[in-house]
Design a binder for this molecule. Structure first.
Ligand code: ADP
Length: 659
């Protein structure tokens, strides 16, 4: 065995030489060393000179040899500056005790001491980090100690930088929303996770140590339905050397389900392993949002599809979406025939100006909310009328127009028919008004002009009666009597017709009149009849109304007069009531007279219609017809109800004036 195998001094795995001394324990950590034959010393000097590590030999604690690396390490100008100095000159005070003990042990047991990181002093007094090993040796024929020091300042710096980087990495990964980890796949297929950040607690619900110790801890969390997908993606990324970006479900040990996204990039390692530096974060919230969005989009799409109105989206001058109803309404073969088409081709040329106005409105205010009617063209050449509303929507980040069209052809047709009918009705009304006024004119003129000859007939008949009463026979007297009576009746009828026609021809303008005063005048006019029949006539407090005062007076006089005339057995009780309705007044004249059967209630308003003969009750049947005509002229209505005490109740309305 070579006596001085300096290189082995630093090795950790050399065997313990047979001639080693010292305790078993010491032997395990050091190695025994024999003496060095002088013949090889010069060879070692040469060898030491080219060594990068500092080597010096000391005897009795005094340095007797130092190589060039030693001179440099300890900061000397040359070896002479160091030779003869105590080895303790280079050991900081706080290290001296440890090193002295090491040395003693080495010498006592004659064993090498292994590498130890320690600090040394340079000549300028600065401390440096070194790794030192020593062994006893024979130098210049005497027992000496060989010390090898390795400058580890760079390594220390690198280690410190590494520690700093690690701390930074920890700091960063602790602040990341997800987890950072490293996955290694060894050539034999074994997988391990040498680094897993603390974020794994939040993302996967497991402890980082557990995840690093057993790869199954993380792999077992992948949702069974996603496992093959994830594994396949990892395989493909390994083969192609490409980034892996995959979303999948996991089931945390607590049973909680979540979605995660894993991003990593594979890199081959010298030993054939593949390393993925990876990060993973929880995307459950986004996933849930996305699926909620998808569901709501699907709902809206269904809504659009089931709409009976045609809906299309116009984007960059082309139709990009059309629903089923649009396909049907425009008689397209299918959606493809609609999509890609410029929307204006669906509109009749006479509506193009309106169309661009609508587009301008959408551009400035975002919508056309009032439906606009268009004449539209089907793809088969037909036409229809549609009402369009439209608004601006976002389509792939750009503005598009969303249009809803309702087919209003039927309504349009109905409106046309209605217009025609209205026009006809208007013509007929005009015609009717004209003929009505002609008739009234005729009735007035006729009755007025008839009065004169009738007066003559009646006058001469009466003259005949007076002068020849006793000169003619009984029959002649009777005939003359009939003629006089007939003429008288005819005069009354003609006068009634005249009164009736005068309602419209002689009507006065509407003014504000006091109904209380009109009622009082009426009572005064009817005083004799009231007194004779011992009637009681009462009234509610009366309002002011806008009316033709003398005509309304005529109505009251006819109605109260009738109540006196058609009285029952007991003295008449007549009441004029009034009710304030929202837009009109409702007046009522009720009595306790003979009443009117419901079946006659419409008929009696017709001119000359009466229910009794003249011998029972006098009259011509014009009164109620005149009342109705007057009430109609005022824009009101008239009707009959049963009065509370068995008589009749006439109700008529007068609209409230708008000013
Ligand atoms: P006249 O009084 O000249 O007969 P009207 O037009 O005033 O004509 O009345 C038509 C008919 O209505 C009367 O003949 C009578 O039969 C019935 N009538 C009108 N007012 C009353 C009343 N207050 N009570 C019962 N019957 C009435």
């Amino acid at each position: 065995m070579d006596a001085f195998r300096a290189s082995e001094t630093f090795g950790a795995d050399s065997e313990i030489p047979e001639n080693a001394t010292g305790s078993e324990e010491g032997l395990n950590r050091s190695r025994a060393y024999p003496g060095t034959p002088e013949s090889s010393e010069s060879q070692f000097r040469e060898l030491f000179e080219i060594l990068p590590d500092a080597v010096y030999v000391h005897r009795d604690k005094k340095i007797v040899y130092v190589n060039s690396a030693g001179v440099r390490l300890y900061g000397a100008a040359g070896p002479e500056e160091l030779l003869g100095r105590s080895t303790f000159d280079f050991i900081p005070f706080d290290w001296r005790e440890i090193i002295a003990a090491r040395m003693d042990d080495m010498v006592r047991r004659n064993v090498a001491v292994p590498l130890l990181e320690q600090e040394r002093l340079r000549l300028d007094g600065t401390r440096i980090d070194v790794e030192v090993a020593a062994c006893p040796c024979m130098w210049e024929g005497k027992r000496s100690v060989l010390v090898v020091s390795r400058d580890i300042r760079e390594r220390k710096k690198t280690e410190a930088a590494l520690r700093e980087t690690e701390a930074q990495l920890h700091g960063i990964s602790a602040n990341l929303p997800g987890m950072v980890y490293q996955r290694v796949r060894h050539p034999d297929g074994r997988v391990e996770f040498p680094y897993v950040s603390a974020g794994v607690r939040d993302v996967l619900g497991v402890e980082p140590d557990a995840a690093m110790e057993d790869p199954a801890v993380m792999l077992d969390l992948i949702h069974p339905d996603d496992l093959s997908n994830v594994m396949g993606a990892i395989e493909r990324s390994a083969e192609a050397g490409e980034q892996l970006d995959i979303e999948f479900r996991i089931v945390q040990p607590s049973g909680k389900h979540c979605w995660v996204r894993g991003i990593s990039r594979p890199r081959p390692r010298d030993d054939g392993a593949i390393v993925w530096d990876a990060m993973m974060f929880d995307v459950t919230e986004r996933k849930e949002f996305e699926s909620a969005l998808q569901r709501s989009e699907a709902r809206y799409r269904r809504l659009l599809e089931t709409s009976p109105d045609a809906i299309y989206v116009h984007f960059r001058d082309r139709i990009v979406y059309g629903n089923e109803a649009a396909v049907a309404m425009f008689r397209a073969q299918d959606r493809d025939e609609l999509i890609g088409r410029a929307a204006h081709t669906l509109y009749h040329p006479d509506g193009l100006e309106l169309l661009s106005e609508c587009r301008e409105r959408i551009r400035t205010s975002g919508r056309v909310s009032e439906p606009v009617e268009f004449r539209l063209r089907r793809l088969d050449g037909g036409e229809f009328y549609g009402e369009a509303t439209a608004m601006e929507v976002d389509w792939e980040g750009e503005p598009a127009i969303f249009v809803i069209i309702r087919d209003v052809s039927d309504r349009h047709e109905a409106e046309r028919v209605m217009e025609r009918l209205n026009h006809k009705l208007l013509q007929q009304t005009r015609e009717l008004r004209r003929s009505n006024s002609d008739l009234e004119q005729f009735a007035y003129i006729a009755s007025h002009d008839l009065q004169e000859p009738l007066r003559m007939i009646s006058g001469y008949c009466q003259l005949l009666q007076r002068r020849y009463k006793d000169k003619l026979d009984g029959d002649a007297n009777e005939f003359i009597e009939f003629a006089v009576e007939g003429a008288g009746r005819m005069q009354r009828l003609i006068s009634d017709i005249l009164t009736y026609s005068r309602v419209s021809t002689r009507g006065q303008p509407m003014t504000l009149v006091d109904m209380g005063k009109i009622f009082a005048d009426t009572i005064a006019n009817l005083k004799t009849g009231i007194d004779e029949t011992r009637a009681t006539v009462t009234a509610d407090p009366m309002p002011l109304v806008k009316a033709d005062g003398s005509q309304i007076g005529q109505v009251l006089q006819n109605l109260i007069g009738n109540a006196l005339k058609f009285r029952g057995k007991s003295p008449p009780r007549i009441h004029l009531g009034v009710r304030d309705m929202e837009d009109h007044w409702e007046f009522s004249v009720s009595d306790n007279g003979i009443g009117i059967e419901p079946k006659y209630r419409d008929r009696i308003f017709l001119i000359f219609q009466r229910l009794h003969n003249r011998s029972e009750y006098p009259g011509t049947g014009i009164g109620l017809a005149v009342c109705q005509k007057i009430v109609y002229r005022h824009g009101g209505t008239i009707r009959i109800e049963d009065a509370e005490d068995g008589g009749s109740k006439f109700l008529f309305t007068i609209p409230k004036s708008e000013d």
